[in-house]
Design a protein around this ligand. Sequence first.
Ligand code: URA
Length: 433
Amino acid sequence: MRMYDIIKKKRDGGELSTEEIGFFIRGVTEGTIPDYQISALCMAIWFRGMNMRETCDLTFAVRDSGEKFTASEVQGIRVDKHSTGGVGDKTSLVVAPIVASFGVKVAKMSGRGLGHTGGTVDKLEAITGFRTTLSDEEFLRQVNEIGLAIVGQSRQFAPADKKLYALRDVTATVDSMPLIASSIMGKKLAADDDCIVLDVKTGSGSFMKTAEESRTLARLMVEIGKNAGKKMVACITNMDMPLGNAIGNALEVQEAVETLRGRGPADLTAVCLMLAGRMLSLAGMGTPAECEALSRRAIEDGSALGKLKEMVAAQGGDVGLIEDPSRFPRAKCSYEVFSPAAGYIAHTDTEAYGLASLALGAGRNTAEDVIDHSAGIILAKKTGDFVQKGEKIATFYAASRDLFAAAEERFLSATQLSREKPEEKPLVYDIIE
Ligand code: URA
């Protein structure tokens, strides 16, 4: 088999066989195919697309390119939730303890933030002492004993994706449905959960800017998961504004704890209850509506917060911070941002909000950057709110006052004011089952 022929076939609109896709991914993993041929095939796929069979073959080859988790060692049903990435998205910190409080196992391998999006592992590391790296034995023991563990991805999951993604990133081939779906699902399937709830974000803070694009991606991923024998649901949720009011790691953990106490922002609470309800329902606990009601009860009776504390204690974190979030280390400097004019907040460029938070030290531009866990933004106003000229719209937190000017400029230019009250967009656009 020759890579040249595979590229030519796809370039001319042909359908790649299972063997050709397997040959390609093996060559990517083993380093026997040069970068220019990998990139050329990605570009051919970008233009020509792939049918469902090809996309599944690509996903399964990516999944099989490295280590896998052996779910059989976990007693009980394992459910996972995956978000395609957004700003202020701390749902995993709320949803995972809710679900685990019902005895459904959540053994979660999460990522770090990059660019404008945050990552669950960074948020958890804002809790003093919390260990996001556990040995396989520790991880399995914790999941079997308390039903919940969240760690970073230490295993060599789907190494072909790492190589492919790095090349797609520099050859303008990220935004291809089969390439995105196989990248996300290849990694998810390597973790071998029984049920997966996908939170596909849509809007200005997401890499899918329209609900229709998000639906297409969601349908594709649900179909791939079903082909792999998984129970799947995808929820299309709003990322046209940050979820909740906090952006930045320690600030988001505090907001997640408040949500588990029943005092969280309405949008965050609603999305968390919906996702937890869907996870419990896939695990066989009842209808989505019944499971959403169960999730609400787990917040009201404190069992979900109790489960978060158990996980934090088991992973070496300071449980006192969860009991009293005001004890989280504070950023050295804070700065209030005031509205330059009166009007409704009509639209926010949420990606730019994420980048403003990054500029304050809360995120990273490259995987090597060190982040400041106490940095970030608390929004006082969000899309749809009316603001007076000079009224506070946000508070910034950072280690140095020097960081505020650039972040403020980015933030204010991302905040559109209007005399008209904007039409309210749904929090949940669609559920793909
Ligand atoms: N996230 C991934 O993991 N892969 C993609 O291709 C896009 C987003």
